[in-house]
Design a protein around this ligand. Structure first.
Ligand SMILES: *Cc1c(COP(=O)(O)O)cnc(C)c1O
Ligand code: SF4
Length: 283
């Protein structure tokens, strides 16, 4: 079991079907680096075999016979540790399934092995649009000329780029560092998508931050910088219960009167309606 008990939601080996319209497909067990905080630690590395041909056939069959699945997220490990031809073959087979509208690739390779994003790879992958890539930068220092070039090549191939960051104590749990990271990502055409509260993985508690730290980071982003630079801060609940976004407290309610706090801390009142009914203030 990994830290999120995802195997319990796995209809066939390698597929995680938690939400109605999308599946995560673990197609690679290798990464370019092995991150200390990784929640898929038990699934990556040489101890775990790569998916067999039979498992790949079974996953494709499951997706093909599940018309509700319109979004397939290729994950791992890192899918980009697979060779171009093998990846192209999988993408081709996925694209033959009419109800698969979008394909996403989750990969840390633009950061950890940017040379992997070759012009040849980009020519291959752009045949499978609409295709999205979500990458994983955790610190502004990971934005180097090499990682910026990798992202530029993907963006030039028409691939919308998103980023998932893990909130790590002593690394990026500082609003100034996170702001620099988010703005730096936008400059290389990567849209900040999620900041993840770190999953509970054995041996990583020195990276754990209280939720209040993540809320403080969000507070320092929303309103202070471009909305494009503001991701969702989420906790991925154990047991396959889903991702839940966490926000600073911006609103309190007194009957139909909402008291809304803006980014400068000013409280502004807003009168709500409740389906045309007259509401009486509590009191
Ligand atoms: C995170 C996740 C997804 C994708 O969620 P989005 O919010 O659509 O990015 C899908 N399935 C599983 C199992 C996940 O953990
Ligand atoms: S690259 Fe991603 S999947 Fe691989 S070890 Fe790091 S966090 Fe885990």
């Amino acid at each position: 079991m990994n830290s999120l008990c995802e195997e319990g939601l796995s209809p066939v080996p390698g597929l995680i079907h938690r939400y109605p319209d999308r599946v995560v497909w673990v197609i690679s067990n290798s990464c370019a680096v092995y991150c200390r905080f990784c929640m898929r630690k038990r699934q990556v590395g040489c101890a775990r075999p790569a998916p067999s041909e039979a498992a790949i056939d079974a996953a494709l069959h499951y997706i093909a016979s599940s018309p509700a699945v319109r979004d397939v997220i290729l994950s791992g490990g890192d899918p980009l540790l697979m060779e171009d031809d093998r990846l192209a073959d999988l993408l081709e087979r996925l694209r033959r399934i009419p109800h698969v509208e979008i394909i996403r690739i989750g990969t840390r390779v633009p950061v950890t092995l940017p040379e992997r994003i070759t012009p040849r790879f980009c020519r291959m992958v752009r045949r499978f649009h609409p295709l999205y890539v979500n990458t994983h930068f955790n610190h502004p220092r990971e934005i180097t000329p090499a990682s910026a070039l990798a992202c530029a090549r993907l963006a030039d191939a028409g691939i919308p780029l998103g980023n998932q960051t893990v909130l790590l104590k002593g690394v990026n749990d500082d609003p100034a560092v996170m702001r620099e990271l988010m703005l730096g990502l936008l400059r290389i055409r990567v849209k900040p998508y999620y900041i993840h509260q770190m999953d509970l993985v054995r041996g990583t508690c020195h990276f754990r931050t209280p939720v209040a730290t993540g809320i403080a980071v969000m507070e320092a982003l929303r309103g202070h910088v471009s909305g494009l630079a503001t991701p969702y801060y989420v906790i991925d609940l154990a047991g396959g219960e889903g991702k839940v976004p966490l926000l600073p407290d911006y609103a309190s309610r007194d009957g139909d009167l909402l008291k809304l706090r803006n980014y400068r801390g000013e409280i502004v009142e807003y009168r709500d309606v409740t389906n045309g009914e007259v509401t009486t203030p509590r009191g």
